[in-house]
Write a protein that binds this ligand. Structure first.
Ligand code: 8X3
Length: 256
């Protein structure tokens, strides 16, 4: 009789849209147990009802920027979801695209609170659990090309993603002795609701970002995440920049 491999559990933040949602669907197909996190209870429930026929799944509704809510949610996990093997720090947003002198302070705070502090709030209790179980673990930080180079008007968003890049390196340095893998994936232009959020619901402006060339799709990044987390134990993909073929840098896009 073949021994069945123990099901791995993946914890995904920002799971109700874009890269997080595509990753949830793909990992469900691949048999991972899932903890899906997001701010919209209705969207989480919808995903749970669709995916529960495929795998073990639970959802947590909280805002990563609210540290108390993060802890309460993580500590409320049912026992069978407590041993998290893979943490996918995907929640992140851009708010505004303005020169620094006109930047909106609320936008700045949201980006730093969600993209930087939120990532820390979620990671720490999960890392502590991984350490206590002494059984490794894998953290995937979703950065951005904006974490590798700065572009005009991107100021604070780019700073927040540079912070993700730094935290990815710092986490790896602190955790590798414990057999915990840490790696980042830095996507360029991916056609999601990212730009609609950045432009505060201006769908016309948002759509223009992805017109005239072939942008990445959320599924493209989900497939890469699935590849990264399925490498053998001794292989850690530490840092990966992924762009559409039509993109060469944050500002160079081959638009027709
Ligand atoms: C998303 C990519 O180019 O809009 O992080 O900053 S970009």
């Amino acid at each position: 009789m073949m021994l069945k491999e123990k099901q791995k559990t993946a914890f995904i933040t920002g799971a109700t849209s874009g890269i997080g949602e595509a990753t949830a669907y793909l990992l469900a197909e691949q048999g991972y147990g899932l903890v899906l996190c997001g701010r919209r209870q209705d969207a989480l429930e919808r995903m749970e009802s669709v995916l529960s026929s495929k795998t073990n799944i639970t959802t947590l509704c909280f805002d990563v920027a609210d540290q108390k809510a993060v802890n309460t949610a993580i500590f409320s996990l049912p026992e069978k979801f407590q041993a998290i093997d893979v943490l996918i720090n995907n929640a992140g947003n851009a708010h505004g695209l303005d020169p620094i002198q006109n930047g909106n302070v609320t936008d700045w705070e949201m980006m730093l609170d969600i993209n930087v502090k939120g990532l820390l709030y979620v990671s720490q209790p999960i890392i502590q659990g991984m350490l206590a179980r002494k059984n490794g673990g894998h953290i995937i930080n979703i950065g951005s090309t904006a974490g590798k180079e700065v572009y005009p008007n991107g100021n604070v968003y780019c700073a927040s993603k540079h912070a993700v890049d730094a935290l990815n390196q710092g986490m790896r340095m602190d955790l590798f002795q414990h057999g915990i893998k840490v790696g980042a994936i830095h996507p360029g232009l991916v056609a999601t609701n990212f730009s609609a959020v950045r432009f505060k619901g201006d769908e016309t402006k948002a759509a223009k970002v992805y017109q005239g060339y072939q942008p990445l799709q959320a599924k493209d990044i989900a497939e890469i995440i699935a590849f990264v987390i399925s490498r053998p134990y001794h292989v850690n993909i530490a840092d990966l920049v992924v762009m559409p073929t039509d993109q060469a840098s944050s500002t160079l896009v081959n638009k027709k």
